[in-house]
Design a protein around this ligand. Structure first.
Ligand SMILES: Nc1ncnc2c1ncn2[C@@H]1O[C@H](COP(=O)(O)OP(=O)(O)OP(=O)(O)O)[C@@H](O)[C@H]1O
Length: 268
């Protein structure tokens, strides 16, 4: 990014409180970071650190109690009505669980047609684009006429990725997209995601508790602890030479560390 380019996404001083009254919980304590267009930022941290809360706040499921989220320089908290709906299409979430995220009563073609045209989803009208999307995620175009129940977890996650890509979004939020899958399927989905990320120059917030997964697809990494950023920088630097004790512990807990990867370790 040049010094003059506006980041695609910019969080500044983001605070989120969840729950009410005595149960109110300040989950995010002033989070600031940015994602330039075409880059992938990995968000790591243990369970409960606030990763999903960041993802959900960006897509509008939670409201910030303080701070701002700028999308291409526009404060998304100020958008209303049609402008807000339009923005929702530009930011697409790929959810964790491919079993619950697809409607079991709709064919894959209907699901993709609806993503392309929420007002009047006609599979026939969108047939060419649906075939193209299925090919993009390495599925046969005949998948369009079948139902989610006929596919494996990995295939369903491919379909969820195709659905997110359907509208050519400007930002993808990938929230633990491999954690519901077995190890070999995880590697397969990551390879696919990495290829798409490069070919389509996607801008991505990649949320995962799995450092090996994050390392494979991220340019930058942000480490979150109890709703605060404890370390951030290039993926290579943060994961190879972590500076903070918390990051050092996280890295050390990865099987095969240092230089960990998703590939099987010798002797493992
Ligand atoms: N509705 C809620 N009311 C109060 N606190 C909540 C609510 N939802 C989540 N939290 C708390 O917010 C904190 C952050 O949760 P979040 O799901 O963002 O973490 P995470 O890093 O994504 O963890 P995981 O990987 O387990 O999903 C946790 O301490 C959680 O207990």
């Amino acid at each position: 990014m040049t010094a003059h380019e506006t980041p695609r996404l910019q969080l500044s001083g983001l605070e989120v409180v969840l729950g009410r009254g005595v149960r109110a919980n300040r989950v995010l304590h002033g989070i600031s970071f940015e994602i330039p267009a075409g880059r992938t930022v990995g968000l790591v941290g243990e369970s409960g650190s606030g990763k999903s809360t960041i993802a959900k706040t960006i897509v509008g499921i939670h409201a910030p109690s303080a701070g701002r989220i700028l999308f291409d320089g526009v404060d998304i908290g100020r958008l209303r009505g049609r402008e807000r709906a339009r923005l929702r299409r530009r930011i697409q979430l790929i959810p964790q669980d491919p079993y619950s995220s697809l409607d079991p009563r709709r064919t894959i073609g209907q699901t993709l047609a609806e993503a392309l045209d929420p007002r009047g989803a006609s599979v026939r009208a969108h047939r060419a684009r649906i075939s193209e999307l299925l090919r993009l995620v390495a599925l046969d175009e005949s998948a369009a006429d079948r139902f989610p129940g006929e596919f494996s977890g990995g295939q369903r996650q491919r379909i969820a990725i195709a659905r997110a890509l359907a509208v050519e979004p400007e930002l993808i939020i990938a929230d633990e997209i491999t954690s519901a899958l077995d190890l070999s399927t995880q590697a397969e989905i990551l390879q696919l995601f990495e290829r798409l990320r490069r070919e389509l120059r996607l801008t991505v917030l990649f949320v995962s508790h799995n450092l090996a997964v994050v390392r494979q697809v991220s340019d930058e990494v942000i480490v979150l602890l109890h709703g605060d950023i404890v370390e951030a920088g290039s993926a290579e630097r943060v994961l190879s030479e972590p500076q903070q004790p918390y990051t050092q512990r996280l890295v050390a807990s990865v099987p095969g560390a240092p230089g960990f990867s998703l590939e099987p370790q010798p002797g493992a």
